[in-house]
Design a protein around this ligand. Structure first.
Ligand SMILES: [Ca+2]
Ligand SMILES: [Ca+2]
Ligand SMILES: [Ca+2]
Ligand SMILES: [Ca+2]
Length: 340
């Protein structure tokens, strides 16, 4: 009985599918914006933001150990005078430049605490343990973690891998009740152009081409060895250029930091370096033993690992052996053979 309507419905459906198709195609084929042009737009937006927002500087500087939640950013409305206990962000931030995908970017850091453990900063290819809160230019928060969370800096936005190495970690404290806390950690706020954020990739709560503001506390860091070949990743990348893909010793298109046989001689890198393992019952005891080692220029110590089943702490002393003394360690010298 609804035959006529069904036909009409099917016709309407066919027409709508046909008429929709060009639109769908056009959505798929929208080209990504030009990075250089977008950087100009983002830079203007960021500068305008920093000139119209302030933070509670007097209150924060009066605190012995401020946390990121203590830093409050407020918009300065038109005609409003800057409160006497506040500082305009533009007067407080550091302006930084970096190159990413051949585009020169400016980003900004509000440095509240440098972090007290001066000899320990993450490298751009390391793991960090942080608390953070991310928001958009309108102040809307899209993500946060007020409990510590780990990130590998190679898999987060480029802004993070540039900012985190400019801070130090704090001190890790195990309390008598077994809980842990952190003291004197690096803490600040970063203001990033979209090109150092997600750029054209839409994320939940983050429109494409959004500038990002992150408050953060840098609690801990750990040196990464992504391919477990006993060579830390920072030695297998071009650190100064934040370039993960700049080294491929054997030119097999697998870059060094994820290549387990870096010189392509058929012997795994981990067998071409000398490894001596140090083990102790406590972290403190191990740190004492490691500190007593006098390292040669071709030696390094791996991060301390905890083995839960054995309840032991251990670390490796790694020696980059150069058997034929040609200045190239065995693992990068395809004329050398395994130590075994
Ligand atoms: Ca490695
Ligand atoms: Ca390779
Ligand atoms: Ca490697
Ligand atoms: Ca090899």
């Amino acid at each position: 009985m609804n035959y006529k309507y069904n036909i009409l419905f099917i016709c309407a459906l066919i027409i709508s599918v046909i008429s929709c198709s060009p639109d769908d195609d056009s959505i798929v084929s929208v080209p990504e914006k030009d990075r250089t042009e977008q950087q100009v737009v983002d830079s203007d937006t960021l500068v305008a933001y920093l000139n119209t927002h302030y933070y509670n500087s007097t209150e924060v500087s009066a605190l012995a150990d401020p946390s990121m939640a203590d830093v409050i950013i407020t918009e300065l409305l038109e005609g409003e005078t800057l409160p006497t206990d506040a500082t305009l962000l533009m007067s407080a931030v550091e302006t930084k430049t970096t190159t990413f995908k051949d585009v020169e970017y400016e980003y900004y850091i509000l440095r509240i605490n440098q972090g007290t453990t001066t000899e320990q900063s993450p490298r751009f290819c390391d793991k960090v343990r942080v608390k953070y809160a991310g928001s958009l230019m309108d102040g809307v928060e899209f993500d946060e973690s007020s409990t510590p969370v780990n990130f590998d800096l190679v898999s987060v936005i480029p802004g993070w891998s540039r900012v985190m190495p400019q801070f130090n970690v704090g001190t890790f404290i195990t309390n008598s009740d077994g809980t842990v806390s952190y003291d004197g950690y690096g803490m600040g706020v970063m203001f990033l152009p979209s090109g150092l954020g997600y750029f054209a990739v839409p994320k939940t709560g983050i429109p494409v081409y959004s500038n990002l503001v992150f408050k953060f506390e840098l609690l801990q860091t750990e040196t990464m060895d992504h391919d477990f070949d006993n060579i830390p990743s920072y030695m297998e990348v071009i650190e100064i250029d934040y370039d993960l893909y700049g080294k491929d010793t054997d030119e097999d298109l697998v870059v060094d930091f994820i290549d387990t046989d870096d010189d392509g001689d058929g012997t795994l890198t981990k067998y071409e370096v000398d490894v001596e393992t140090y083990t102790e019952d406590t972290r403190a005891a191990l740190e004492t033993s490691l500190a007593a080692l006098e390292l040669d220029a071709n030696q390094l110590i791996s991060p301390i690992k905890y083995n839960a089943s054995r309840n032991k702490f251990s670390a490796n002393l790694i020696t980059l052996v150069d058997t034929n003394e040609n200045g190239i360690p065995n693992y990068l010298d395809d004329t050398e053979q395994s130590l075994e």
